[in-house]
Design a protein around this ligand. Sequence first.
Ligand SMILES: Nc1ncnc2c1ncn2[C@@H]1O[C@H](COP(=O)(O)OP(=O)(O)O)[C@@H](O)[C@H]1O
Ligand SMILES: [Mg+2]
Length: 267
Amino acid sequence: MATSERIFVQAIRSYGARHGVDVDVRAGGWLIAMRRGEMRRFAFGYDIGLNSAIAHRLASDKSATSEVLSLAGVPCIPHHLFLNPKLGRNVVGPDWREAMLALLHAHPQGVVVKPNEGTSGRSVFKVTTPADLDHAVGEVFSMSTGLVISPYVEIEDEVRVVLLDDAPLVAYSKQRGSDWRHNLDAGAKPLLLEDGAARAACVKLAAEAARAVGIRFASIDVVCVDGAWRVLEINSGVMMEALAKLHPELVQTTYDAALDRVFEATW
Ligand SMILES: Nc1ncnc2c1ncn2[C@@H]1O[C@H](COP(=O)(O)OP(=O)(O)O)[C@@H](O)[C@H]1O
Ligand SMILES: [Mg+2]
C-alpha cells in the first residue's frame, strides 16, 4: 500500500479486510469499488455513497445550501450566487458587476468571494474595495462556473460536526493558525470538543442543517458570530485526513459506522 494513499482509502481497505469486502482502488485512488458477494458499492473522492444525488448536489453548492437552509429557518451565512459571464449572455445578464458592487457597498466590513463549489479554502478572498473585488472575481472565474459572495463575519469559533443519520460521530473546533480562514489544509488544527453547552448547540444546529438538505453522512461547518451559531457550509464528502493524524481510531470508527450503513442497505 502506498504511504501517500489517502486516509479515506486506507480506512475503506481496513474495513474491507475486517468485513469480507473486496476493495479495488482505481483512477489514481479517486474511485474505490467495493464488493461483498453480490453487493457492489462505490466510493468516489470523499463520498462514501450514502447520500442521495440531490442531497449531494445541494451540499456541494454553497448558494443552494444557504437557500435551502434559509427556507427551513436554519441560521446560516448567506451566499449570493453569480454565474461566470463566460457562460454567455443568455445565461448571465449584463448587470452582474453592479450587483456585486452593491453587495460590497452594503457590507462595509467587507465580503468574502469564493467558488460556489468549494475547494478546501483555495481561492477564498476577503474583499473590501472594488479593486480587490475585481481581482478576486477574476481569480475565481478563471477556474469556476459559479462564484458566491457572503458578508464577511468575525468568526469567534468554527466547529466541524460529522453526522451519520442524526448521530454526531465527531465534533471538533478548528484552531486557525496565522490565516483568517479555518481550513485544515491551510494549517488549522482540530481540537475535539468536550461535552457541554457549546458542543450541544453545534450538534443541534448541524442536525437541523442535515435534515433540511436531507443528507445522511456529512461534515457540517458551523461558526460562532456575535455569540450565535450559524451554518457556514455542508460537505457531502467526509474528509478527515488532518484529524486522523491526531485521532486515528476515531476516524476509523466513523468510517466503519458509515460503511456498516452502506453494506446493510438492501437497495
Ligand atoms: N463570510 C465569511 N466570513 C468570514 N470568514 C469566512 C467566510 N466565508 C468563509 N470564511 C473562512 O474561509 C474558510 C473557507 O471557506 P468555506 O466556505 O469553508 O470554503 P471551502 O469550501 O473552500 O472550505 C472558512 O473555514 C472560514 O474560516
Ligand atoms: Mg470549508
